[in-house]
Design a protein around this ligand. Structure first.
Ligand SMILES: [Zn+2]
Length: 371
């Protein structure tokens, strides 16, 4: 399989992270890139570095001002007296605060959700390179049937205009939009990371041409907390085109496989021309997080259905984002119905959070209603 990677991924090297009130070594370490790359080499795959497709594919899903901020922040660091080897703030904009400050720290608080995404000397090179891997893998998948993007830093917690959860640019969304534009759509994203893909949901929440499906741990007491509930199903033209399948912590193999099967059935009903799999591996029992306790056997097990002709019939345990086109030709006229999905009951009964997953005006309406 073509695996697209870049050594620039290791240039983002955060050192510290606050977890439950205590500083720990940052979990999203630069070494992740080399570990995944070396595994791909051992697997005999076809490794390639991406061409530079510029900012246009990134701006296709991200706010241009946010992208410019990420690109320029490190060069502006001298504006902060006493700045060290990373730019980080502890002051973040709440939904009730709408002003756009000019200063670097204020702008950082506007564009980030937490303290997991410090900006360092090599951060932009890494996140830009990771996004280019997604673009190149999308193109490779359209040409060859499948491809794998080794994306580090990761991306699925990044909204159109904000970083968070170790993520800066949403690689899955960039790949999906790339393939939607190339094929005429529709396309789908299946996110099986143990954490809800809140940024991906936010980017496509009001769109019918990108179905987003996420299987993850119930966010009622788990990151990202403020999105990922089963009743978040899309808005406006996107109503019915976002599906969350939250599972109780420690669910194990059977509920996880059932949720993935349900997600695939939803995707099959959508008849996508391409599929992006956001392939976080932290649902695995032997992952340091392992919150859903999924065994290696389950994560590589054969499933009974197929999302569409030409799509793979076997799940393999790979990291990062995989782009897989499906040779389907027609577009659904209505949102896919839920065939066998049995999301966590508590999640299904959750009312919308004050922090609405939708960016923009519709988000404000729902946020105010929730308050
Ligand atoms: Zn995760």
């Amino acid at each position: 399989m073509r695996i697209v990677h870049t050594p620039d991924s290791s240039r983002h090297d955060p050192e510290r992270y606050m977890r439950r009130g205590a500083p720990i070594p940052h979990p999203e370490q630069a070494a992740r890139y080399a570990i995944l790359r070396d595994a791909a080499v051992r697997g005999g795959h076809d490794l390639a570095e991406p061409a530079d497709h510029g900012l246009d594919p990134i701006r296709a899903v991200h706010d241009p001002d946010y992208v410019a901020f990420l690109a320029e922040a490190w060069a502006r660091r001298d504006a902060i007296p006493g700045i060290g080897d990373e730019i980080l703030t502890g002051a973040f904009a709440r939904p009730q605060m709408h002003r756009k400050p000019a200063g670097l720290l204020g702008r950082l608080g506007l564009y980030t959700a937490d303290t997991s995404t410090p900006i360092r000397a090599g951060t932009w090179a890494a996140v830009y390179g990771s996004a280019q891997c997604a673009v190149a893998a999308a193109d490779a998948a359209l040409a060859a049937g499948h491809a794998y993007a080794l994306c580090r830093p990761p991306g699925h917690h990044a909204y159109a205009d904000s970083a968070g959860g170790f993520c800066f640019l949403n690689n899955s969304a960039i790949a999906a939009e790339r393939m939607r534009a190339a094929t005429g759509g529709p396309v789908a994203i299946l996110d099986i990371d143990v954490h809800h893909g809140n940024g991906t949901q936010g980017i496509f929440y009001a769109r019918a041409d990108v179905l987003t499906v996420s299987v993850h741990a119930d966010p009622s007491d788990y990151f990202p907390f403020f999105a990922g509930y089963a009743d978040e199903t899309g808005a406006g033209a996107g109503a019915g085109f976002n599906r969350n399948l939250p599972l109780p912590p420690g669910s194990g193999d059977a509920p996880w496989l059932e949720a993935v099967e349900a997600g695939l059935a939803l995707i099959a009903a959508h008849r996508p021309r391409a599929l992006v799999v956001a392939l976080g591996l932290d649902a695995a029992a032997d992952d340091p997080i392992g919150a859903l306790a999924v065994s290696r056997g389950a994560s590589s097990g054969r499933r009974s259905g197929s999302p569409g002709p030409g799509c793979p019939r076997r799940w393999s345990k790979r990291a990062a984002t995989s782009a897989r086109p499906c040779r389907t030709t027609s577009r659904p006229s209505s949102p896919p119905s839920t065939p066998r999905a049995r999301p966590n009951a508590a999640g299904a009964q959750k009312v919308p959070s004050a922090r609405c997953p939708v960016q923009g005006a519709q988000c404000k309406v729902r946020s105010e209603a929730a308050q």
